[in-house]
Design a protein around this ligand. Sequence first.
Ligand code: FE
Ligand code: FE
Ligand code: ZN
Length: 277
Amino acid sequence: MLHIGCHLSSVKGYTRMVQTALSIGADTFAFFTRNPRGGKAKEVDIEDINKFLNIIDQIKFAKIVAHAPYTLNPCSGNKRVREFAHMIFEDDMKRMEYIPGNYYNFHPGSHVGQGVDVGIELISEMLNSIITPKQSATVLLETMAGKGSEIGGRFEELKAIIDKVKCKEKMGVCLDTCHISDAGYDISNDLDGVIEEFDNIIGLDKLKAIHLNDSLNAPGSHKDRHAKIGEGMLGLDTILNVINSPKLRGLPFILETPNELDGYAKEIALLRSLYKN
Ligand code: FE
Ligand code: FE
Ligand code: ZN
């Protein structure tokens, strides 16, 4: 079973998101917990959430993958930016408990000149001050393109963060195909080698979700510009190798390609038709 979906607008609530997902052939989705460039979140709408939970209870739906805002930077050099990240993360963890057992994905952050080690320390500090053994959500560190001073362009950096977190069982990784290629992992020519490297450094048991994107740029470009499936430097064959890899089987695959809904529907249909059961 290929679990696949895309990023959806959260403006109209969970019920609307799951209905939209079903209408485009998806059985998972991603959404921003709040304005991706700001901090505001909607009021929790219990009626909407209950409706949503009812729907996904009755159908085969994979785990959903919430995305933190881009502005969240727990390893900024600026204390107020770090405090803002803490506040948002803490509030999002509370919100995740209304939809129990799902994933919350975030960009680890940019150390803005303080160095990778300081960055890793600050990120893990925030995680340790918020994540509890009782929560049902799993927090996913996203693999990054290594743009500027971004942390998470190397598997070793994500591993170092997880190593410092006390509730390791609440931690996982979301692998973004555009980002790891941009970071220099050559998944076009050696997908198995890259997966093996991930397994050796982080452990495949920690891999919980895939962001399935083509990339406008060549491996190692550190750019982070997503392309439609088959229209970038990775190409359709590489994307098909990813969805058909036995090691990645069963994970939720989330498209973050530059598409409107009809474009997503087409990509989902294409990938489902080329998935080898
Ligand atoms: Fe992301
Ligand atoms: Fe991503
Ligand atoms: Zn990206």
